[in-house]
Design a protein around this ligand. Structure first.
Ligand code: IDP
Length: 149
C-alpha cells in the first residue's frame, strides 16, 4: 500500500495562535479552532488565560513605542485570551493565510478576519486572532505562552 496523502512527515512545524479577547467575547473560539482543524492542522496545546502586562510586553516587543502599543496591550487584557499551539507542515504561513489581512475591513472573504471581523472604530484594530509570522517568532512566542512545551 502507498502511504496516505495525509500522513505527516516526522518534523512538523508549530505556530502560536491567539484568539484575542474580542474573539473569545463574541463566542468565536470554537469557530476559529474549527477552521484550523478543518484545514488539516493539529491542535497541540490550548489554554484560556488572562494575559499579564509582562507577557504582553514581551509578546508585542516589536511594537513598543508605536501609537497603538498601549491600546493594544489594554485590549489584550480586556478579557481572556485563548492560546493555541497548532502543528502541521506549513502551518506558520498557512495560519496567516487563514487569518487574512491585519485590517478586517480589507481582509478577504473566506478568511477569519474577513468573514468574522469588522472595524469597530477603536484605537486598536480588533481582529480576532494572532498568528506567528516566522519560525523564529513561533519558537519565541510558544515559549512565552507555553513555557512547559
Ligand atoms: P498581525 O497581527 O496581522 O501580524 P501586526 O502588525 O503584528 O499585525 O500588529 C499586531 C496587532 O496590532 C494587530 O493584529 C492589530 O491588532 C494591531 N495593529 C497593528 N497595526 C495597527 C494600526 O495601525 N492601528 C491600530 N492597531 C494596529
Amino acid at each position: 500500500n502507498l502511504p496516505t496523502e495525509t500522513a505527516e512527515a516526522p518534523v512538523t512545524e508549530r505556530t502560536l495562535v491567539l484568539v484575542k479577547p474580542d474573539g473569545v467575547r463574541r463566542g468565536l473560539s470554537g469557530e476559529i479552532l474549527r477552521r484550523i482543524e478543518a484545514k488539516g492542522y493539529t491542535l497541540r496545546a490550548v489554554r484560556l488565560l488572562d494575559a499579564t502586562p509582562a507577557l504582553l510586553h514581551k509578546h508585542y516587543a516589536e511594537h513598543e513605542g508605536k501609537p497603538f502599543f498601549e491600546p493594544l496591550v489594554e485590549f489584550m487584557m480586556s478579557g481572556p485570551v485563548l492560546a493555541v499551539v497548532a502543528e502541521g507542515e506549513g502551518v506558520i504561513p498557512g495560519f496567516r493565510s487563514l487569518a487574512g489581512a491585519t485590517n478586517p475591513t480589507e481582509a478577504a472573504p473566506g478568511t477569519i478576519r474577513g468573514d468574522l471581523g469588522r472595524d469597530w472604530g477603536t484605537a486598536v484594530v480588533q481582529n480576532l486572532v494572532h498568528g506567528s509570522d516566522s519560525p523564529e517568532s513561533a519558537t519565541r512566542e510558544i515559549s512565552l505562552w507555553f513555557p512547559e512545551l
